[in-house]
Design a protein around this ligand. Sequence first.
Ligand code: ZN
Length: 435
Amino acid sequence: MIFHDITTLDTEGNTRKHQTVITAGAFIRSIAPCKGTIEEARQSEDDVYDGTGKLLIPGFFNNHSHVPMTLTRGYGEGLLLQAWLYDRIFPFETLLTEGDVYWGALLGIAEMLRGGTVSFTDMYMRLGGISRAVIESGIKANISNGLNGDDSTILDETAWYRETETVIKDAATSGGRLIADASLHAQYTSTPHVVEQLVRYAKDRQLNMHVHLSETEGEHRSCKEKYGKTPTRYFYDLGLFDVPTSAAHAIFIEDEDYPLLLEKGVTLTHMPSCNLKIGSGIADIKKWHDHGINVTIGTDGAGSNNNLDMIEEVTWASYIANGIHRNPVTFTSGELLSFATRNGALAQGRRDTGLLKEGYRADLAVVDMNALHFQPHYDLGTSLFTSANASDVCLTMVDGKVLYRDGNFTTIDIEKVIANATHCRDEKLAALGKV
Ligand SMILES: [Zn+2]
């Protein structure tokens, strides 16, 4: 495909107008100043995209989600995390079949593709449904089941084990798009006995690790009361971080935690919408960044966000940091874009993507800057994380294949997906006696 006469924004923060970007197969073949007319370009290539008024960026890497939680979007409003989980979400999720999870995952994947996301890191259950949705849709994903357990847990006798083994097999035939991760739901939903088994398993299978870390003040405090150490120190001592790890939220990490996280190269994922919406707190990602942590952005699940809009998430991240530090330029647009793209790709173990650079994977998004809320523009690069939102994305490409363009999905029957997700909601509410 030739993107003709398009503006580009790269992770260095460079905005370049009038560029021609050519993809070949799954990769970016060239990026160069535009020469010639679009008619001339069409003589050399059938698939020429008119980039006038459009911004081409590396696609987003959503580094923490629970993608089938589209099914619980809006279910359980106004509750703090523990009440939200135990009173609403866990009873609902108990009823979900692998088929339900498939439809919920496809709905979330469609929403992400519609907003320029090319890859996501996910923690959920009944992974067969998510795996199938990832393979069919063409998106990339690192998926895992968040392990819970207690001192009676024998890992290789759990559904968790069987599901993870199945995803490892699915991933082997996915051409690299699907990656199996190991994951622990959280410190407070497991015991050291569980963590130790998980670490052994992840090392044996050479999987990356995903975990919720210090999301709420209560869980952080109770870990210190129970074990005399922060959750970060607790996981460090149990060897969890000996496996390449992405840790989500990390709102309440303490100064003494940073050297441990840095020593082990732990990635942290920031989800400002969810943190604020359910009243968990405010993470200071400038502090993460200043300590040299690999900062990434996630949406969390639609049950606690309630959308999967990465542009909105980065905008919130930027504004919150500006507010905390009373500095309107806490991060440059290049740094913000890196958090949401390259840093996430690296956290997923995907070194050949996340950059707008020749030779890297053509995992790209195009943002239409012709809408009313961009007029008139001065710097399209800056406008991305001040004026834009997911609905401004007009094209999303993964491995050189267009999966979303101008309201249409090339791999997803969106009406069928919405109908099935709605049916699932109605069925579960009836089973729970909520209607
Ligand atoms: Zn989460």
